[in-house]
Design a protein around this ligand. Structure first.
Ligand SMILES: *[C@@H]1O[C@H](CO)[C@@H](O)[C@H](O)[C@H]1NC(C)=O
Ligand SMILES: *[C@@H]1O[C@H](CO)[C@@H](O)[C@H](O)[C@H]1NC(C)=O
Ligand SMILES: [Ca+2]
Length: 275
């Protein structure tokens, strides 16, 4: 147990170190994307990016802040996010497809906060990058197969992708590795896939995987799971294909209500996860 905590601290340090790279903030997660437009928030939470940081996040990935027109085009094909973000030219707003009482003041369209005079305000970001490789995503379907970016081609250097899986309350997620080939090194420090039994990459660490051996199946304790794929600056490999299917919870007690539970990991296995 102490070893696990100690290792978690090491991982945490490592994760922190990824926050800045070449002076550019690089610690956001993918949430949703459509028509080349996607929403980003800082990993430290909602509304943490200044205009300069939001711009840097999009540019780091080869894109730029979306214009109002690009955001509207994405909205028209179903891009709906309930969080205000920077757009090009210092504008702030968010796209609403479905009117709801808690978001968008019951209206549909771009909720427009206008061009901000104070560029130090903190919001999320809306990036536009039509050539961006699909990297990460949010899945809510009862089953899905997802792949490393570019698969079946090799993945690229310096990737950071997050997949969030959220299935119906009361169900579990059963992960199966179909193909797996990630640059191998003894502690998986170069390239790795990490699996978390929670909706973020802080709680519920299950395991870190690299090499070309298929990891064992993993079953979540709750209805959410996060996978994080990180690659360094050199040496790539074939990548992976992973399938998940949902399973009904065992009927006994309230087991599984705690999505970030610790210590109920007897059927979880990872290269460094359970000690
Ligand atoms: C600009 O916004 C930041 C963050 O909200 C705030 O701390 C700062 O005081 C604002 N500056 C001005 C001139 O209003
Ligand atoms: C969830 O976790 C809390 C604190 O760890 C505990 O008190 C509670 O009983 C747990 N609930 C379930 C349903 O396991
Ligand atoms: Ca590598």
């Amino acid at each position: 147990m102490i070893a696990l905590i100690f290792f978690s601290v090491l991982l945490w340090d490592k994760a922190e170190a990824w926050g800045f790279k070449d002076g550019v903030l690089h610690n956001s997660i993918w949430l949703e994307r459509a028509a080349g437009v996607y929403h980003r928030e800082s990993r430290t939470g909602k509304y943490q990016l200044t205009y300069a940081e939001a711009k840097a996040v999009c540019e780091y990935e080869g894109g730029h802040l979306a214009t109002y027109q690009q955001l509207e085009a994405a909205r028209k094909i179903g891009f709906h996010v309930c969080a205000a973000g920077w757009m090009a030219k210092g504008r702030v707003g968010y796209p609403i497809v479905k009117a709801g009482p808690n978001c968008g003041f019951g209206k549909t369209g771009i909720v427009d906060y206008g061009i901000r005079l104070n560029r130090s305000e903190r919001w999320d970001a809306y990036c536009y990058n039509p050539n961006g490789k699909e990297c990460g995503g949010i899945f809510t379907d009862s089953k899905h197969v997802f792949k490393s970016p570019g698969y079946p081609n090799e993945y690229e250097n310096e990737q950071i992708c997050y997949w969030h899986i959220r299935v119906k309350y009361g169900q579990r997620i059963h992960l199966q590795f179909l193909e797996f080939d990630v640059e191998d090194d003894t502690a998986c420090m170069a390239d790795f896939l990490e699996v978390y039994d929670s909706y973020d990459d802080i709680n519920g660490f299950v395991g870190r995987f690299c090499g070309d051996e298929l990891p064992d199946d993993i079953i979540s304790t709750g209805n959410v799971m996060t996978l994080k794929f990180l690659t360094d600056a050199s040496v790539t490999a074939g990548g992976f294909q992973i399938r998940y299917v949902t399973m009904d919870m065992p009927s006994k007690s309230g087991d599984g209500k705690n999505t970030t539970s610790h210590g109920k990991t007897n059927f979880l296995s990872g290269k460094f996860g359970i000690m």
